[in-house]
Ligand binder design. Structure first.
Ligand code: C2E
Ligand code: CA
Ligand code: CA
Length: 751
């Protein structure tokens, strides 16, 4: 077939007696060209690549294609006779963000199309050999309105399209790491969520923010920072869940979109793996650097249906993860909204806490294990907020660190601690906490010098407590700072040992004279937990081999004190001897010349179990009850509020925000039941527990709730129960146990 036949297809029987279509009739009439000349013109056009022609039969199989177009296919390929959709492929969204419908769809729906960009099938392997055409097509019908095939034009646009593709790739991908950029990620997320809503699928959004990246960038230089980011992106690609789209959306912020993953157990595992992977040391231009990362996770549709909502949720979770001490992950939950609000307020008020004289330094004794003598005090900051009352430094110090207030607070703490210590009788040292952020401040040695000079305290009586996190970042500049401080004659203590980035190599390099074993380890060795004991023993041995004094932090019970003594730990700091007390009390104690502390505390530390007092919903058959949650562990819970529930009964517990667990009653007495969960809970990243799965907002629409992200509260069980509320009578009596004492049975009402 040739162009002659195609032309004929427009209506003529014979190329020499062409019946020109109406629209062209007028032109034909005034045209001075003969039909033959017109045909030549078209053939010329075809030859010169100005336009090619194609046509198909009624089954959309190619039956004509201009010779020059055919030449673009491998010679052995029999293109004529093949289905158009096998020969040409609409370029997909992946390639140029367009949302064009697949060509097969257009053909089967008999649509006309113009300027459709297609790629030739079968050239996938070699990118440089790929060809793109722009085609138009119109369905043809015979006199009886029967479809007889397509006809259209095509044009090779490869050269211009490749350029366009390159530019659009640049607009979609991050040049440094090759990951998707912010623009593409947000587009992908929007598209994914739109499709999800249709298909009732889920999608997790994971946000990462590197901890201490800025420090590496500042001290090692930008090229090193770039290299670090490249290495981070490679590590991320290695540990990311399959099918995840990974992007870099800002300086040191990364994002993952993970389709069809809403299992919080698995997501938590992934987050931990990413945190661990990223926290391993990096070698950059021959220098060592360590960074960390915080991770926030939100899951659609539970935490948000639309992209802005979901991104906001993931951001809040990330913010909370950072606030929780970095190197952590956090799932979004509704109360984070309040937390963020709280933090803003606290930051605001903290700004003038010093000027308004709301801060105090308190002092907690460090007592030797041999004779219970006090050998020094740690200074701990206290803030009496005019409305909130006392705010814990565990809360406000991280906020101060995030908002650059820490330098001001830290300087004040140093000044005040030195002043107070200078007035203590005797030679007792004071230990002052220096946060990693202060440690980055080049002025720190001068600030320390000033505090010493101003108070007259000899440098040997000042000890700075520093946590392992100062080693995160550029290890070299940390060493410089150590040297400067050491040269001032002050002592250095390594605080919270064992909680951070457990690389021991720096212990050799940094001149620590004291090592403080974190409370979590001390807690671990109070029980009969052999491995906990072994760890503390190993730390104590290590420290003594390096001539460091050891301190056990957070000792509260007699048995802990005994164990700590047996392990040859030098000092104890804990409630068993004293809490941190005001300067006046320190003075009273020291002036009494009685420098011994008596241990006072419980015989043993009860194994840590979270005692909770929160209200949960309970569903049994089709009735909804309310109960108090007294204890919660991974595998079970204790609830109070239903009377005489037989052992073996299955209850559904609504922990709020869509978290539903099925449990079986294992123990039951009066209004208290011990439940064992069918599926264990998982870590929520904040030291608490959560369910792996939640009730899907899609499902809730079936019981009449609007389609929206999960709200706080326990309306879910109610909705579930309401949906099939029958005529049965409630099986159990519900009692009010919301007061602190259990009044089970007395003020009962039937639910
Ligand atoms: P840290 O340096 O590890 O301080 C020890 C914390 O453990 C103190 O909490 C102390 O009150 C608490 N503690 C002591 N003995 C026991 C015990 O037997 N049982 C229990 N459960 N806790 C005990 P605090 O005062 O709430 O301080 C929390 C953290 O805030 C400190 O942890 C420190 O990292 C930071 N911080 C406190 N004051 C300052 C300061 O002036 N500057 C800086 N940069 N950070 C500070
Ligand atoms: Ca400390
Ligand atoms: Ca500590």
């Amino acid at each position: 077939m040739g162009v002659r036949e195609i032309w004929k297809g427009f209506g003529g029987k014979d190329a020499d007696s062409i019946r020109v279509p109406d629209a062209e009739a007028a032109v034909a009439r005034i045209s001075t060209l003969s039909d033959r000349q017109r045909l030549e013109l078209l053939e010329d056009c075809e030859q010169s690549d100005l336009a090619w022609f194609w046509s198909t039969d009624a089954k959309c199989r190619l039956n004509y294609l201009s010779a020059k177009a055919l030449a673009q296919f491998a010679p052995e390929r029999a293109v004529i006779g093949e289905a158009v959709s096998k020969v040409l492929q609409t370029v997909n969204e992946d390639e140029d963000h367009s949302e064009a419908k697949p060509i097969a769809f257009l053909l089967s729906s008999r649509s006309s199309f113009t300027e459709l960009v297609v790629r030739l099938h079968g050239d996938d392997a070699d990118e440089s050999a790929r060809r793109w055409w722009q085609i138009t097509g119109r369905p043809q019908f015979d006199a009886r309105r029967e479809f007889i095939g397509y006809r259209g034009t095509a044009k090779d646009i490869t050269s211009t399209y490749a350029d366009k593709r390159k530019t659009s790739r640049m607009a979609a991908f991050d040049a440094l790491t090759g990951l998707s950029n912010r623009h593409r990620m947000s587009q992908r997320l929007t598209n994914a969520l739109r499709a999800n809503e249709h298909e009732k699928r889920s999608c997790a959004l994971i946000m990462l923010d590197l901890d201490r990246f800025k420090q590496v960038n500042d001290s090692l230089g930008h090229p090193a920072g770039d290299e670090l980011l490249r290495q981070v992106s490679q590590r991320l690609q290695r540990v990311a869940p399959g099918g995840a789209e990974i992007g870099r959306i800002g300086g040191d912020e990364f994002q993952l979109i993970v389709p069809d993953l809403d299992d919080r157990g698995k997501l938590g595992d992934y987050a931990n793996r990413m945190i661990q992977m990223i926290s391993q040391p990096y070698s950059i231009e021959g220098r060592r650097a360590i960074i960390g990362t915080s991770v926030g996770i939100a899951i659609a549709p539970y935490d948000g249906l639309e992209s802005t909502e979901l991104v906001k949720a993931a951001d809040l979770a990330l913010y909370a993860a950072k606030g929780g001490g970095r190197g952590q992950f956090r799932f979004y939950s509704n109360d984070l909204k309040e937390t963020a609000e709280d933090r803003r307020e606290i930051e605001e008020d903290l700004r003038d806490a010093i000027d308004k004289d709301q801060l105090r330094m308190h002092y907690q004794p460090q007592v030797c294990t041999k004779a219970n003598h006090v050998l020094g005090f740690e200074s701990l900051m206290r803030w009496e907020h005019p409305v909130r009352g006392p705010v814990s430094p565990g809360v406000f110090i991280p906020i101060a660190e995030d908002s650059n207030l820490i330098d001001k607070l830290g300087e004040w703490a140093l000044m005040q601690s030195c002043l107070d210590a200078a007035s203590w009788p005797g030679e007792l040292p004071v230990s002052v906490n220096v946060s990693a952020r202060q440690f980055l401040n080049e002025d720190l040695p001068d600030i320390v010098k000033k505090a010493l000079k101003n108070s007259g305290l000899p440098p040997s009586r000042l000890e700075l407590e520093i946590t392992e996190s100062v080693f995160v970042g550029d290890v070299g500049s940390a060493s410089d700072m150590f040297a400067k401080l050491y040269n001032l004659g002050v002592k250095l203590a390594l605080d919270d040992f064992g909680t951070g980035y457990s690389s021991l190599s720096y212990l050799r390099k940094a001149p620590f004279s004291k090592l403080k074993i974190d409370q979590s380890f001390v807690n671990g060795c109070s029980s009969d937990d052999a491995s906990g004991l072994a760890i503390v023993q190993a730390i104590a041995n290590l420290a003594s081999a390096m001539n460091m004094t050891t301190v056990a932090e957070g000792v509260e019970a007699m048995d802990q004190l005994k164990t700590v003594g047996e392990l040859n730990i030098d000092l104890v700091q804990g409630f068993i001897f004293s809490r941190a007390v005001p300067q006046e009390e320190v003075m009273r104690k020291l002036e009494s010349q009685e420098l011994v502390y008596e241990p006072i505390g419980p015989a043993t530390m009860r194994a840590e179990r979270r005692t909770l007092y929160r209200r949960v919903g309970v569903v049994h058959e089709d009735h909804h009850y309310s109960a108090m949650l007294r204890d919660l562990s991974r595998t079970g819970a204790r609830i109070e509020g239903l009377v005489d529930v037989p052992i073996g009964t299955e209850l559904v517990i609504d922990l709020g925000e869509g978290q539903i667990v099925v449990g079986k009653v294992r123990r039951s007495q009066d209004a208290t039941q011990g439940l064992q969960f069918e599926t264990p809970l998982v870590s929520d990243g904040a030291g608490g527990l959560c369910t792996r799965h939640r009730v899907s907002p899609y499902m809730l629409t079936s019981v009449g709730m609007p389609l929206q992200a999960l709200q706080s509260g326990h309306h879910l069980a109610a909705a579930a129960a309401g949906a099939n509320s029958g005529n049965t009578r409630p099986r159990f009596m519900q009692v009010d146990v919301s007061g602190s004492a259990s009044r089970a049975g007395r003020d009962a009402y039937s639910g």
